[in-house]
Design a protein around this ligand. Structure first.
Ligand code: NDP
Length: 264
């Protein structure tokens, strides 16, 4: 199936690692041009070089940008406009989870978590909207978590923030439908990306293999498919939802959790 992404321009926040980088790679495979950002300039340079070497440097733009800094996000959108002249797709992906119970979450932690989850969508959406409005196939995809519908006490602030962001994405889909800009979300379970690799490095017992540690996590979380997802699995869903092939889908939230969702 041709997704109709040839020549399209896609922006992926947090595109230097895990799900974001796989998404950028898939867009390139489908013939799109991409712009990625993340906070760490070295990681941005490495990811931009790796993707550029494989798909052509003229098709890849990378910029260091913290999505929580509105001026930086505006600079990013200006750079994308200057380089490509248009934007068709925005993937709001940048972020990470905060693993902590209610007792262990301070007011400052709550504020940081709510800020990351909300403004990680608000700033890029606001900055790229004028460009998206000019596209004839505009789409936004928000990377969210199953926690939005199925909170976990060990991730209390992330769960609450994720529920709010699900509501925000739905509101945006209604608001922007008149401009023919589609807005969809994906609801992730556990995906073996950079943040889970960091947890393995920090938490595994000495000598415990990666496979054994991840298998134990899958057992502990009772994942029906018996494993964590791989970054390319949500990436494929993101790329489809962002593509003109999903032209009649907006306001949807797709569960990608290996069967962890309790509701039908
Ligand atoms: P990774 O850690 O592999 O990737 C996260 C990316 O986001 C990195 O490129 C990171 O780069 C970037 N990033 C983080 N904060 C910011 C920021 N403030 N501004 C710009 N870039 C930022 O993790 P994932 O691929 O797992 O994460 C992708 C998304 O998926 C996140 O929103 C995460 O919360 C969500 N998610 C992931 C789940 C999972 O199990 N993996 C489950 C549920 C949701 P840098 O550090 O250089 O800024």
């Amino acid at each position: 199936m041709d997704l109709g992404l040839g020549g399209r321009i896609a922006v992926v926040t947090g595109g230097t690692s895990g799900i974001g980088m796989e998404t950028a790679r898939l867009f390139l495979e489908e013939g799109a041009r991409i712009a990625i950002c993340s906070r760490d300039a070295d990681r941005v340079a490495a990811a931009t070089r790796a993707l550029g070497d494989r798909f052509g440097a003229d098709r890849v733009l990378g910029l260091a940008c913290d999505v929580l800094a509105p001026e930086a996000v505006t600079r990013f959108s200006d750079a994308v406009a200057a380089r490509f002249g248009a934007v068709d797709i925005l993937v709001n992906n940048a972020g990470q989870a905060r693993m902590a119970s209610f007792a262990a979450t301070s007011d400052a932690d709550w504020r940081q978590e709510l800020e990351l989850k909300f403004f990680g969508i608000i700033h890029p959406t606001r900055a790229f909207l004028p460009l998206l409005e000019r596209s004839d196939a505009a789409a936004i995809v928000c990377v969210n978590a199953l926690l939005a519908r199925q909170p976990e006490t060990r991730l209390v602030a992330t769960s609450a923030a994720r529920a709010g962001v699900l509501s925000l994405a739905k509101s945006l889909s209604l608001d922007l439908a008149a401009k023919n800009i589609r807005v969809n979300s994906i609801l992730l379970g556990l995906i073996r990306s950079g943040q889970w690799e960091r947890r393995y490095q920090a938490q595994a017992a000495p000598g415990e293999s990666r496979e054994a540690w991840f298998a134990e996590i899958a057992r502990d979380r009772d994942i029906p498919l018996g494993r964590l997802g791989l970054p390319e699995e949500p990436a494929a869903a993101i790329v489809f939802l962002a593509s003109p092939r999903a032209a009649y889908i907006t306001g949807a939230a797709l569960d990608i959790s290996g069967g962890q969702a309790h509701q039908p």
